[in-house]
Design a protein around this ligand. Structure first.
Ligand SMILES: C[S@@+](CC[C@H](N)C(=O)[O-])C[C@H]1O[C@@H](n2cnc3c(N)ncnc32)[C@H](O)[C@@H]1O
Length: 398
């Protein structure tokens, strides 16, 4: 329900000037109006001179940061920002989060939620366990990491099934990132499509205090245009960018810390993993989609004795190829200095494509056993996974 704008801004004012403020961002613009800055970010800081309210603004070209003293100076600075025709305010305090969007008719669409801490990786080592551990399904706040009532869904749309899938992916992401992580965190979403994951990941991570810079890559130029317009409408265009290009060589500068890929088609997942390794990304989460590459090689080359029964029938061959493909992908990541595992990130009732390859860079040197195990597997089955060719074009087995 829209609310009177003045009353909603008064609530924002008291959160900005209250003692519990964690972070606030104002961005976007109201219909037919233009604020004097494109973005303003406020956070409390403690300087030698004492506590201050830090206000960082950007005119779209240069950032400008100032620290104002509590009392009249902060009051005046906050008043001036509230008078700007920003389209969105996002305010986080120790206890709550408020998201205000000014509607076309000049009213306030407000979403309020209790603050939720980002869970540490040690808390819940497995994304699927977190999802499954939610009891009963009656508590919306627990059932979803990002509230389905969050105003961003008005802008980004998406079916209930897609939201659930993306929410489950986010849970796995939260379980992967270490506790106490502070930004800046550079993220790329490869094969982002309509960018449901891109936007919800940005929303969730920035809502929890991380300084996130996110790039969505998709080969389709129409997706880039659409997603860029959405980012502008959400007031995030300076933090969430979109590039039209292939996963293999789209321009993403600087290299990301975190690589996401949700259902990039067939060997596009291999391209995403190879790119992540080349970037030296610290974390990689890739949920593969259809697998055709290894299945086609099995069909052409047959199975070694005595495993013919595993691949003679089409459906068994496809399923076996799926398992083989993802096991080898994880194995190759281990050979390239990652700790890698394959987990279910969402129930198979939501999508049959429910596996997630989750990897963290450790720079561990692979053991001889790991190398031999990998090599024997591909040689016995006479296959060359696409990822192997992408990572080691000179030494690929076939
Ligand atoms: C099945 S959609 C998934 C989109 C999104 N990640 C999601 O889960 O909603 C796959 C997307 O990957 C893109 N894509 C496939 N191969 C690609 C490649 N090699 N480079 C860049 N984008 C690619 C497609 O254009 C498509 O938008």
């Amino acid at each position: 329900m829209p609310e009177p704008l003045d009353a909603a801004l008064a609530e924002v004012r008291s959160m900005l000037l209250g003692s519990g403020l964690t972070r606030a961002v104002a961005a976007g613009r109201r219909r037919g109006q233009r604020p004097s800055v494109v973005r303003a970010e406020l956070r409390p800081v403690v300087l030698k001179a004492g506590p201050r309210l830090q206000i960082a603004t950007s005119d779209g070209v240069r950032p400008y940061t100032r620290n104002v003293a509590p009392g009249p100076e902060s009051d005046a600075a906050v008043e001036a920002l509230l008078a700007e025709p920003f389209g969105n305010w996002h305010v986080e305090t120790a206890n709550s989060t408020l998201q205000l969007r000014v509607t076309k008719s000049g009213e306030a669409q407000v979403h309020r939620a209790a603050a939720q801490p980002v869970r540490a990786s040690g808390d819940q080592p497995d994304g699927q366990q977190q999802t499954a551990a939610v009891p009963g399904g009656h508590d919306r706040a627990k059932e979803y990491l990002l509230d389905p009532g969050d105003p961003i869904f008005v802008e980004i749309g998406g079916s209930a099934a897609k939201r659930r899938q993306v929410d489950a992916f986010l849970r796995a992401l939260v379980a992967t990132l270490p506790s106490g992580l502070t930004g800046p965190l550079r993220v790329v979403d490869l094969g982002c499509g309509n960018a449901y994951l891109t936007f919800t990941a940005y929303r969730y991570l920035s809502q929890h205090g991380l300084d996130v810079d996110l790039v969505g890559v998709d080969v389709r130029e129409d997706q880039r245009r659409r997603n860029t317009e959405l980012a502008e409408r959400l007031g995030w265009a300076d933090r969430v960018r979109f590039v039209a290009g292939t996963i293999a060589d789209a321009a993403v500068e600087p290299a990301p810390d975190l690589v996401l890929a949700l259902h990039a088609c067939d060997t596009a997942t291999d391209e995403a993993l190879a790119r992540a390794v080349r970037w030296g990304a610290r974390w990689v989460l890739a949920a593969p989609c259809c697998h055709h590459d290894v299945a086609a090689q099995l069909r052409a080359g047959g199975a070694p004795t005595p495993y013919g029964m595993l691949t003679r029938q089409g459906i068994l061959r496809e399923r076996f190829a799926d398992v083989l493909t993802d096991a080898l992908r994880a194995g190759l990541l281990r050979l390239h200095g990652y700790r890698a595992e394959v987990v279910e990130f969402v129930d198979s009732a939501h999508t049959p494509r429910n596996l997630l390859i989750r990897a963290r860079r450790t720079d561990a040197v692979p053991t001889d056993e790991q190398r031999t195990e990998y090599r024997q597997l591909v040689e016995q089955w006479r296959i060359t996974p696409r990822l192997e060719t992408l990572l080691n074009p000179a030494t690929a087995s076939h």
